[in-house]
Design a protein around this ligand. Sequence first.
Ligand code: 13P
Ligand code: SF4
Length: 303
Amino acid sequence: MEEQMLIEEIKKLKEEKNAIILAHNYQIPEIQDIADYVGDSLGLSRKAADTDADIIVFCGVHFMAESAKILSPNKKVLLPVLDAGCPMADMIDAEQLKIFKKDYPNAAVVCYVNSSAKVKAESDICVTSSNALKIIKSLDSEKILFVPDQNLGSYIASKAPEKEIISWEGFCITHHRVRHSEIDTVRKNKGETKILVHPECNPAVVEKADFVGSTSQIIEYISSSDDKEFIIGTEMGILHTLRKNNPGKKFYLLSPALICYNMKKTSLEDVYRALKEEKNEIFVDKEVMDKAYKSLERMLELS
Ligand code: 13P
Ligand code: SF4
């Protein structure tokens, strides 16, 4: 089917089935353009929790659709491409977390939203890149076990020296590839141009950036800035919204490594098939769901 026809069919199906399409900021432009809401992990979780649609078509990666299901258990949540996963989320499983916890019985266990439902179920609270610092600072416990992202863990540790952050050694295979020498080169060539990075970049990169934030925080920063040029240190999918919202501004990607292949797997055809056949539904075991819900709900309360 040609693109315009697919778009029309998706719109028709959405209406007939009372469905909503949620898309992450890294999705391909065609998917972002057809979505009812495009955002970061926190915004998407909030939308999933609040919607009165019967079906949520989640254009993102597996942990995001799983979180939507946990927050909206009575809705049908569809992930158009089932093997769109997050390699970082797969770097720790519940069994590994249980063993890690045994070594630190008095620590609070905080998981990044980029984790499986089972890992969320084993955690006291969940965080996203936009609220991690605020939430961790607000916890009573001084000692924090943080899983799975060592880079976000290091960033929080640098901003909350009153906390002892013990991180799992996971990382995002996309952001971790950015080298600090790439920042040095850009600084040399682009002088005062602001460099904005995601906290999943490694500490040597984060340290040299002008702004560190989630994808939506980067988008908001740029909307409210009078500058005309920016260097973007997060996945290239974000450039679509940035260019759409800021026609007079110029954007340069910090590194050619900034592409997440899992975020690029979903096409309009996949969305159409998932919605038409109501296939690729996400299910979470009831016991896991109830426990994981608590850690996500606590996060939404505190953010
Ligand atoms: P955000 O919550 O900032 O959108 O990040 C999600 C993610 O997977 C970053 O790689
Ligand atoms: Fe996972 Fe990194 Fe892709 Fe985000 S960009 S989904 S953290 S692999």
